[in-house]
Every structure is written in structure tokens, then in C-alpha cells.
Write a protein that binds this ligand. Structure first.
Ligand SMILES: Nc1ncnc2c1ncn2[C@@H]1O[C@H](COP(=O)(O)OP(=O)(O)OP(=O)(O)O)[C@@H](O)[C@H]1O
Ligand SMILES: [Mg+2]
Length: 263
């Protein structure tokens, strides 16, 4: 489904501030995989997802999606088959637009027609059904501006938006990190359900080790622009948080000294 071959991403090249954000990244992800991604701050996790979605270009290497080389494709082209959510609830939805307008915009993403054609009776019903699945009552509030929603409701809406256009791939960058524990659990349960029902291939960055172990069928750990651990379904099922920290320390040669330990 996704293949990265020898991918490098360098910020501020040839300057004193040069950062090797991706340092020879190689990975192959199968269709239907739900991969959780952990790693210390600055490990390159967000950059990894950004080069897949086309928000960042690569300096070297190739990216293939479903057998196609998409390395040179701009973000808007890839948006046709990629849904994504950011950590910040403000970033994935438009505050001043209504729930319905946000969904119409998401639905039209990657399609040629304009926004005015995005809302009709049939679509309205589709939006309502998709929102009803969240169990938050948002389907009765299609006309309210998104700024009136809570962070959890916004991320739930963001999840519906990211998946309404039937993407092949879902990219989640700490999408529950800014939420309180109850809202985070609701959004995570929804994520789990949508990925399963729509049979999506999903990549989810998290700082919560328990979440990384609990969800998905594969866990990767990044460190200094590389994958240092790649744990499959069977091993992951038996894994504990303390074992994971031990494995990180052994693989990276450093202690886990950031907010991962706090979650
Ligand atoms: N747009 C950018 N310009 C310059 N440097 C960047 C940019 N984006 C990321 N970096 C740098 O690249 C490195 C990897 O960043 P990235 O955001 O991918 O890390 P991360 O693993 O997502 O970290 P975090 O857990 O803190 O979100 C960091 O050193 C970061 O400062
Ligand atoms: Mg990040």
C-alpha cells in the first residue's frame, strides 16, 4: 500500500541549523494495516506523515502508494486518496463554517466541482448518517458553526471529514493529544471503528504508549529520522509499556526522557 525507499528529508540544508529529519527511511505498509507510531520529540514522526501526504517534499528517495510512484505529486493530488487529522482541533476544521459546510468541503476535496455543488438533499443525508455514527448528536446540529463545538466534538467531526471522501489512507498525527481523557477515549474508539468499517490503511502517531500498544496491528518506533523498532501483531499483543520502554532504550542507546513517559 505504501512503500518508502531510502527517503531523506533535510531542513535548512548546508546551514548551521541543518536537521536530518528523515534519515534513510525504509518501510513497506500493507493494505489494511493500522500502524501506530511512537518516538521521542523531534524523531521525525510528523515529517514521515507529511512526506506521505505531500505537505513536505523529500530530498532523496521514493514514495509509492498502491504501486504508483507519487514522490513528485503535489498535496492536492494525494488528497484524493488520503485523509488526515492534526493534533490541533482548530487545524482540521474551519471555525467559522457550519458543520455541514465543513463536511461539504471535505467531501469535495480532490473533486473538480466547486463548493456550491457540495450540498444537496442526498449529501445532507449522507452527512447526517456519518455524524450519527459518532454518537455525539452532531447530526442534529448541521447548521451550527464549528467554533461552538468542544475540542472532542471537533476532532470527531475531523475524523468524519477525513474519511467521508472514502480515502485509501488515513494519517493521524496525535489527533487525541489535545483532548481530555474522556474525549480522547471517545475519539479513539471512533477511530478504531471507522478504520475497521471502512477497511482503511491507517498510520497513527501517538505519545501514549498504551494507545500505541492497544490499537492497530503493527507498532513502529522512530528515533533520529529512522525506524528503530518494528513490532508485528503477535508480539504487540503480548507487549507491555515497560517492555516497550526497555526495547526503546536498547534500540536507541538513549533513555526515554520526554513526554512519552508522562502518558
Ligand atoms: N518545517 C520545518 N522546518 C525546519 N525544521 C523542521 C520543520 N519540521 C520539522 N523540523 C525539524 O525536523 C525534526 C523532526 O521533526 P518532526 O516534527 O517530524 O518530529 P516529531 O517526531 O513529529 O516530534 P514531536 O513528537 O515533537 O511532534 C525536528 O528536529 C524538527 O525541529
Ligand atoms: Mg510531531
Amino acid at each position: 500500500m505504501i512503500k518508502l525507499k531510502h527517503v531523506y528529508k533535510i531542513f535548512f540544508p548546508n546551514t548551521a541549523n541543518e536537521v536530518l529529519a528523515l534519515n534513510d527511511m525504509n518501510i513497506e505498509i500493507n493494505p489494511g494495516d493500522f500502524v501506530t507510531i511512537i518516538g521521542s520529540n523531534g524523531a521525525g514522526k510528523s515529517t514521515f506523515l507529511k512526506v506521505i501526504s505531500g505537505i513536505e517534499t523529500v530530498d532523496e528517495g521514493t514514495i509509492e502508494v498502491a504501486g504508483q510512484n507519487v514522490t513528485g505529486d503535489p498535496e492536492y493530488k494525494r488528497a484524493k486518496y488520503i485523509g488526515r487529522i492534526d493534533q490541533d482541533p482548530m487545524a482540521s476544521t474551519a471555525s467559522e463554517m457550519t458543520i455541514e459546510e465543513n463536511l461539504a468541503m471535505a467531501y469535495m476535496r480532490g473533486k473538480r466541482r466547486g463548493l456550491h455543488q457540495g450540498i444537496n438533499a442526498e449529501r445532507k443525508q449522507m452527512f447526517q448518517e456519518a455524524l450519527a455514527d459518532t454518537g455525539l448528536g452532531l447530526e442534529k446540529r448541521l447548521q451550527v458553526p464549528v467554533r461552538t463545538l468542544s475540542g472532542g466534538q471537533r476532532q470527531a467531526l475531523a475524523l468524519v471529514m477525513a474519511t467521508i471522501a472514502e480515502p485509501k489512507l488515513l494519517l493521524l498525527d496525535e489527533h487525541t493529544a489535545a483532548l481530555d481523557p474522556k474525549a480522547a477515549k471517545q475519539v479513539m474508539d471512533m477511530t478504531h471503528k471507522i478504520v475497521a468499517v471502512k477497511k482503511l490503511t491507517a498510520l497513527m502517531i501517538t505519545h501514549n504508549m498504551e494507545q500505541a500498544i492497544q490499537f492497530g496491528n503493527r507498532l513502529i518506533m522512530m528515533h533520529r529520522g529512522r525506524i528503530i523498532l518494528d513490532i508485528g501483531q503477535e508480539e504487540k499483543a503480548r507487549l507491555t509499556v515497560s517492555q516497550l520502554i526497555e526495547q526503546f532504550t536498547a534500540a536507541s542507546g538513549t533513555a526515554f526522557a520526554d513526554r512519552v513517559l508522562l502518558s
